[in-house]
Design a protein around this ligand. Structure first.
Ligand code: PTJ
Length: 254
């Protein structure tokens, strides 16, 4: 049972933290994942703990890009499995995306726990465990280099929430379109991806699903125009302006 009073002014943010800690206790999250959450919280504070205009544009472009894909794959790590397993499974089902577990701090026991959680929410096929289809994505030194031949390795669009910069670069070099969620607009991942959703994954994932549902009724030309018109660098600059405005407002109210 949660100890956070609903009336607490930062209840939403503290509940996200609780979800992650519970994921850690259940063996889904790496110790380092707790630190990643702390970094995320600091940036979320700067974002005003809400989905800004720039994030909404990125979510729309991401939805269009996923619908246009031939083989979209969602990469799942420990933090994502703890924060939004249900939403990942829903997004995969709605868009025909594959799910692949890919860990930075690799650990078979944790992988198993993540897979069981995703299955609990209805995932049928989860890639990333079968050694027969395991291959290497070049340009990465960490365990993230091990990918599934039928998943990330063959994908044309890869969704990589809470990512490290090296893999984003390697995926780009392999010719894939990379979509990420990262609260830090200045991280290497944010700067390298094709589409960066600068928002808390717990808020943005539902919006992405909603956008996919709406846009799935549109034709290819319409979707291509959304993707072509989206400029990630410009959108990240807009996000930094939003941070400045949030901080100015807070300083005025202090
Ligand atoms: O489960 P594993 O072994 O694959 O490890 C996963 C972590 C998250 C530990 C690993 O990918 C990692 O170390 O990530 P980083 O390099 O700490 O990057 C995390 C980025 O995600 C940072 O820029 C954070 O600001 C951002 N972030 C943290 N929480 C959220 C977030 N972005 C969106 N939503 C969040 N809830």
């Amino acid at each position: 049972m949660s100890l956070i009073p609903k009336s607490h002014p930062r209840a939403k943010s503290l509940l996200i933290r609780e979800k992650l800690v519970s994921g850690f206790d259940r063996g889904l999250v790496a110790k380092e994942g707790l630190l990643a959450q702390g970094r995320g919280e600091a940036f979320d504070y700067l974002q005003g703990e809400k989905t800004g205009k720039s994030a909404k544009s990125a979510i729309k472009a991401a939805a269009a890009q996923i619908i246009l894909a031939d083989l979209p794959v969602i990469s799942v790590n420990g933090n994502i499995a703890a924060l939004c397993p249900k939403e990942i499974v829903k997004l995969a089902k709605k868009t025909g995306s594959k799910i692949e577990v890919n860990l930075f701090y690799t650990n078979e026991k944790r992988k198993r726990a993540i897979i069981n959680t995703l299955k609990k929410y209805g995932a049928k096929e989860i890639l990333g465990t079968d050694f027969r289809s395991k291959t290497i994505l070049s340009g990465i030194d960490s365990a993230r280099r091990f990918v599934d031949k039928n998943g990330i390795f063959s994908a044309d669009v890869v969704v990589v929430p809470l990512e490290d910069g090296d893999r984003t670069m390697a995926l780009r070099k392999a010719g894939k379109k990379v979509i990420t969620f990262d609260l830090n607009p200045l991280s290497r991942t944010s700067q390298t991806a094709h589409i960066t959703i600068v928002d808390n994954v717990t808020r943005a994932m539902d919006l992405l699903i909603e956008n996919c549902e709406k846009l799935s009724r549109k034709n290819t030309n319409y979707l291509q125009k959304i993707v072509c018109d989206f400029d990630n660098k410009k959108n990240l600059s807009q996000n930094i302006e939003e941070i400045k405005n949030n901080l100015t407002k807070r300083a005025k109210n202090a």
